[in-house]
Design a protein around this ligand. Structure first.
Ligand SMILES: Nc1nc2c(ncn2[C@@H]2O[C@H](COP(=O)(O)OP(=O)(O)OP(=O)(O)O)[C@@H](O)[C@H]2O)c(=O)[nH]1
Ligand SMILES: [Mg+2]
Length: 325
């Protein structure tokens, strides 16, 4: 393994090779890689957190990657350094999504001011989410001041991304109802901005969708951030609406900075992350325990034979687990 101090310094200087390698360690399941990168992350922690983290969600094909390319290039023109990550716990990665993102983010991928990293493949949501959170920290330490996280509405990935970002952008298409687009009501409620994309195809339909969403958003209770989410029509393809969206994100950022909500939410997210990690750790220790395997099987049998309740089975197993330590 490389020297920890030297390697951390290289990341802080924005060395892209070191950053790429660091992310590979984050995604690795080898204990030596994990021990190493956790130490690097601990060293880098004080240099993280200084970016605006933006989550982008929406059904497959709505234009998220195209939008990220447009917004990312626009931000680079404004002098920003942009990190682009993805959370996609589905198996679509076997070719599809990674290749798709690479071709849809040609300009960003080639820019020295952007760092594009697709979602790691074949992992559970818990695993992917942890890796993305750690990758955000690495990118921030390397100087990226805007982080864009794309997710697709699969499983609980939308809430996972909401929990790691400062601003949550929902992309929709005009013309199809929410259910047809697979958009959950809870996700609409989380949105800080709704973008009606592909407005270039039919602008009057896009305007109608905008009006409908503006009304629908009014029915939700006021956000804790005191922010009223706007609805904006966009074309990720032509770049229409991109500037307005960035203006809204800046306005939101100013509002939450001034009110203190920004720090409150960041702190809550850190503690939430710790909680999630704790649960995952306990889980993996429990199920990796060889001595418990037999007992688990025996308890399953007893539950199925209606001899004990699932609750007491779980409780007895935990007691066994605790006594073993
Ligand atoms: N006309 C038009 N086409 C668009 C627009 N945005 C994206 N597209 C097209 O829609 C298709 C899907 O775009 P993507 O950016 O890959 O969509 P995505 O939401 O990232 O898709 P997944 O990652 O698969 O969920 C591509 O063929 C894009 O060129 C737009 O604003 N207008
Ligand atoms: Mg995409």
């Amino acid at each position: 393994m490389p020297d920890i101090i030297d390697f951390s310094e290289r990341i802080k200087k924005g060395d892209r090779v070191a950053l790429g390698r660091a992310i590979t360690y984050v995604e690795s399941s080898l204990p030596t890689h994990q021990d190493f990168i956790q130490e690097v992350l601990n060293r880098l922690m004080p240099f993280t957190g200084k970016s605006i983290r933006i989550g982008i969600t929406g059904s497959p094909g709505v234009g998220k990657s195209t939008f990220v390319e447009s917004l990312g290039m626009y931000l680079i023109e404004q002098g920003h350094q942009v990190g682009v990550l993805a959370v996609d716990p589905s198996s679509r990665q076997t070719g599809g999504s990674i290749l798709g993102d690479k071709t849809r983010m040609m300009k960003l991928g080639a820019s020295q001011n952007a760092f594009v990293r697709p979602s790691p493949a074949g992992k559970t949501l818990g695993g992917v989410a942890r890796h993305t959170r750690e990758t955000i920290l690495l990118c921030e330490a390397a100087g990226y001041d805007i982080i864009l996280v794309e997710t697709v509405g699969v499983g609980q990935s939308e809430t996972a991304v909401y929990d790691m970002t400062d601003f949550y952008l929902l992309m929709i298409l005009s013309g199809a109802g929410d259910e047809l687009q697979g958009i959950k009501r809870g996700v609409v409620e989380l949105a800080d901005l709704v973008a009606v994309n592909k407005a270039d195809i039919n602008s009057s339909l896009a305007q109608k969708a905008k009006a409908a969403y503006t009304n629908a958003l009014h029915l939700f209770p006021a956000k804790e951030s005191q922010w009223t989410p706007p609805v904006i029509t966009t074309s990720a393809l032509t770049g229409d609406g991109i500037e307005s969206i960035w203006e809204e994100i800046k306005k939101h950022h100013q509002l939450v900075q001034d009110s203190g909500y920004f720090q409150i939410r960041r702190k809550a997210q850190l503690l939430q992350w710790m909680d999630d990690a704790l649960q995952l750790e306990i889980f993996s220790h429990f199920f990796a325990n060889k001595k418990l395997k037999k007992a688990i099987e025996a308890h399953k049998k007893q539950v199925l034979q209606l001899k004990i309740t699932p609750f007491s089975a779980a409780k007895q197993l935990i007691l066994l687990f605790l006594r073993q330590k």
